[in-house]
Design a binder for this molecule. Sequence first.
Ligand code: NAG
Ligand code: NAG
Ligand code: NAG
Length: 317
Amino acid sequence: MSRLCSPNRPCTLLLLAFLQLAFVLFLYRRSLSGSFASSLYEEDRDGRWDYSKTHDVYTNLSFVTPSPDRETLPECPVESPLLVGPLTISFQKIPVMSKIARKNPYVQAGGRYTPPHCKAQYKTAILVPHRNREPHLRHLLYYLHPFLQRQQLQYAIYVIHQTGNRTFNRAKLLNVGVREALKDEDWDCLFLHDVDLIPENDHNLYVCNEKYPKHVSSAMNKFKYRLPYRMYFGGVSALTPEQYLRINGFPNTYWGWGGEDDDISARFDMVVKVSKSWRSDGMNSIDYNLLQREELPLYTNITVDFGSSPNVRAKVN
Ligand SMILES: *[C@@H]1O[C@H](CO)[C@@H](O)[C@H](O)[C@H]1NC(C)=O
Ligand SMILES: *[C@@H]1O[C@H](CO)[C@@H](O)[C@H](O)[C@H]1NC(C)=O
Ligand SMILES: *[C@@H]1O[C@H](CO)[C@@H](O)[C@H](O)[C@H]1NC(C)=O
């Protein structure tokens, strides 16, 4: 041990390696997920809330109107007065984009929002890895926009879309999303958000914990459906940009996280590799082909092409 912690190999590196490993292990675990019909989540059902009485997700937003004087906006209060608690969520009808846009008149191009009536105290970027999940995405946008506006945050929603038929690479999509989002704004918080999860209670604030990354949810199987397991480190997690960069993001080279691979030996292999390569494989080595960056009315679509040949290792700087 002493050799690992000598003056030219400081212990902090060891600590950071451990942090990334612990975080990856923490997130990389089995959880029930899948069908969006069951993908509501609630962090702590501690009995504080009565889920038999829910509110429309657009409740109270009619009170939000632009202040006539942009110069002298008051600070938004720490606790938003607009919050209502449990929300009514239904997946019966897939909302159309134009309707969602109409219901969110203050959302600007690229899915950005800044409260028009007070100065936001907090800036959160939502990053959604995506491929072939348009119905899920529309549900997410329908619920997430008003949810975040009631929290009086400044926010933007980024959808990071992988083209081509190569294995879905959630980890690398998130690295791309973080890099692209940080070009726009000095975000206080990054929400890594699966497309098929909808928050059920607006007191679940989309802000980060400055001390440690937080795993906001794993999917709750509210309707008690039996769903297939998948090997999954997903859900919703929140990190500050500093936390994300300190762990060097996610490893770019693990293809197929997100479901296909349900093999315990693959998991062990992954852990061994991460412990060896975390410093060279991640945010500092990411190499991608940005095909398009488009500001749509409800989100920014960042389209990346990771090629079509399997298992090309990311470049090591
Ligand atoms: C928000 O809506 C709830 C439920 O309808 C209501 O009780 C509350 O007074 C509203 N808050 C504001 C600030 O209007
Ligand atoms: C993936 O796309 C490439 C290039 O378009 C094609 O040659 C290949 O057959 C496709 N593979 C599968 C499994 O669909
Ligand atoms: C993003 O843009 C690409 C390229 O135009 C398009 O194929 C894809 O469907 C878009 N994805 C979403 C979720 O809008």
